[in-house]
Design a protein around this ligand. Structure first.
Ligand SMILES: Cc1ncc(COP(=O)(O)O)c(C=O)c1O
Length: 420
C-alpha cells in the first residue's frame, strides 16, 4: 500500500518546530551511531567528524561548478585534495584528477573516458557496441555506467581466493573492449584483485585498466605503511590508467565526496564534457554533476589536512586491530568461518553446517542490519570505527547467541535475501 501523498505546506513553520521534527524522524533510523548498520556510514573519531562537518558548513553555499570563475578558494582546496591523491597513488608527472560526488560518479566518468579513448584509438565513432571486462564482484556502479552508455558487461569468474582470475579476464577481451577493471578491495569479499597481473593483461592487449579503489583507496596505503601490507593497486603498475577512490568512505570526509585520477591529463580531457550550442556560451565539466557542494570540497580538504599521514596511519592501525578482533571473535564461534581474510576492513563469513541466513534473520530481530552475500552465502560488514568498542562486543555476543539459537533449530529456515 502506498502512503498518502504529503500536501504542499500551506504555511511556513518555525525552525524550532522543524528541527524537532527532523530529530524525531531521524529517531526512526536504525541506531547507526551504535554500529548497527554494516554499510552506508563511516567514522574515524568524533574530532575528525567535527572537523569535516564544521569545514563543510564554512562553505555551505559555495558551488564548485563555479570554481574557475567565482570560487577561487574552493578551486585551490580542490586542487590540494587532488594533488594529495596523485601523490598517495604514485601518479607520474602529468597525472590529473577530478573531485566527484561519490564512487558511482567517479566510475561513470572514468568509463566515459575509457570509451572515448577506445574510440579515438581505433578510429571508431559511436555505433559499434563496446564492452567492459570486469570481475563478477565489481560494484553495480559499473552496470549503471554500462547501461547508460550502452556498453556490454562481461563478467569474469574468481579464483579460489575470491580474487578475479586474470586469465579469465584476458579471455573475455576482444577488439571492442573499452576497459578492464579490478577492485581494491571488492565490496562482496573485501579482497583486492590481482592488479599487477591485470596491469600486464592491460598492457598486452592495449586496453584501459581502471582500479576501483572506492573503498580502499584513501586508507589501504596506510595499512601498508604501518607494516601490514595490503596488495598494491596504484599507478606504480604501468597498465593502471585510472583509479576511483572515495573520500566519503575510508577518507572519513563528509558526503558527497570522491575522487577519480588519470595517469595522463589527456584522459581527464576525455572525461570532460563540453557543450557550446546554446545561447549561454561554452560549458564544460570533468564530472557528471554540474552544481557541486563547495562544502564537500572544504570538508575533504580540512579532514585530509587535519589527519595527515600520521592521522591516517593511526586510523589504519586502529581499524586493523578492530578487524582482527572481529575475525578472531567470529572464528571462535563454532560453525562459523571467514570466507576470505580481509585485505582492508570488509569481512564476510558463513558456515558449512548452519544456515547463515537464519543467523542473519535473528541478528535482525536484535536490531542489527545484516549485510548479506549470495555466493558464497555470507554475512558481510564494511567496518569503520563506528563498529568498535561496545558495538563490537555487542555484535559478537549477539552473533554467538543467534548461532546457538539456529543450531538448536532443526528447520533453520529464513526468508532473507541479499539486498545491498
Ligand atoms: C567497491 C565499491 N565501488 C563503488 C562504490 C560506489 O560508491 P558510492 O555509493 O559512493 O557511489 C561502492 C559503494 O559501496 C563500493 O563498495
Amino acid at each position: 500500500m502506498t502512503s498518502p501523498r504529503s500536501p504542499f505546506p500551506a504555511t511556513g513553520r518555525s525552525w524550532t518546530d522543524l528541527q524537532s521534527e527532523i530529530r524525531s524522524r531521524s529517531g526512526q533510523d536504525l541506531a547507526w551511531r551504535d554500529g548497527r548498520t554494516p554499510l552506508f556510514v563511516f567514522r574515524n573519531d568524533q574530532a575528525t567528524y567535527e572537523v569535516g562537518r564544521d569545514a563543510y558548513f564554512e562553505c555551505f553555499s559555495e558551488n564548485a561548478l563555479g570554481r574557475k570563475r567565482a570560487f577561487f578558494g574552493i578551486a585551490s582546496m580542490e586542487q590540494d585534495v587532488l594533488d594529495f591523491g596523485l601523490d598517495l597513488f604514485n601518479a607520474p608527472e602529468g597525472g590529473a584528477g577530478a573531485f566527484t560526488s561519490g564512487g558511482s560518479e567517479s566510475i561513470f566518468i572514468a568509463m566515459k573516458a575509457a570509451r572515448d579513448a577506445h574510440r579515438a584509438r581505433v578510429g571508431q565513432g559511436a555505433g559499434t557496441r563496446l564492452n567492459i571486462v570486469v570481475p563478477i564482484t565489481v560494484h553495480p556502479a559499473f552496470d549503471k555506467a554500462a547501461d547508460a552508455m550502452d556498453l556490454e558487461m562481461r563478467r569474469a569468474p574468481l579464483r579460489d581466493d575470491y580474487r578475479v582470475d586474470p586469465i579469465a579476464m584476458a579471455e573475455l577481451i576482444d577488439g571492442n573492449t573499452a576497459a578492464i577493471v579490478g577492485s581494491a578491495p571488492c565490496f562482496p569479499h573485501g579482497v583486492i584483485d590481482p592488479i599487477e597481473e591485470l596491469s600486464e593483461v592491460a598492457l598486452a592487449y592495449g586496453t584501459w585498466l581502471h582500479v576501483d579503489a572506492c573503498v580502499g583507496g584513501w586508507i589501504a596505503p596506510f595499512f601498508t605503511r604501518n607494516g601490514r601490507p595490503t596488495p598494491d593497486f596504484d599507478f606504480r603498475f604501468p597498465g593502471v590508467r585510472s583509479i576511483s577512490a572515495d573520500l566519503h568512505k575510508f577518507g572519513f570526509c563528509p558526503k558527497p565526496a570522491s575522487t577519480v585520477f588519470y595517469r595522463d591529463e589527456a584522459d581527464l580531457e576525455r572525461a570532460t564534457f563540453k557543450a557550446d550550442a546554446w545561447p549561454s556560451g561554452s560549458f564544460s565539466t570533468a564530472t557528471l554533476a554540474g552544481t557541486r557542494p563547495g562544502g564537500a570540497v572544504a570538508g575533504a580538504w580540512a579532514v585530509l589536512n587535519y589527519l595527515g599521514e600520521e592521522g591516517y596511519r593511526d586510523a589504519a592501525a586502529r581499524l586493523a586491530a578492530m578487524v582482527d578482533q572481529y575475525c578472531e571473535g567470529i572464528e571462535a564461534i563454532e560453525g562459523l568461518r571467514l570466507w576470505s581474510r580481509p585485505d582492508v576492513s570488509i569481512i564476510n563469513f558463513g558456515s558449512d553446517t548452519l544456515n547463515i541466513l537464519a543467523v542473519a534473520e535473528r541478528m535482525m530481530a536484535r536490531g542489527w542490519l545484516p549485510g548479506l552475500t549470495r555466493t558464497p552465502r555470507g554475512m558481510h560488514a564494511m567496518l569503520s570505527m563506528l563498529h568498535d568498542g561496545q558495538a563490537r562486543e555487542d555484535y559478537l555476543h549477539d552473533l554467538r547467541a543467534c548461532v546457538e539459537d539456529v543450531r538448536s533449530d532443526p528447520m533453520q529456515t529464513s526468508k532473507l535475501e541479499a539486498v545491498y
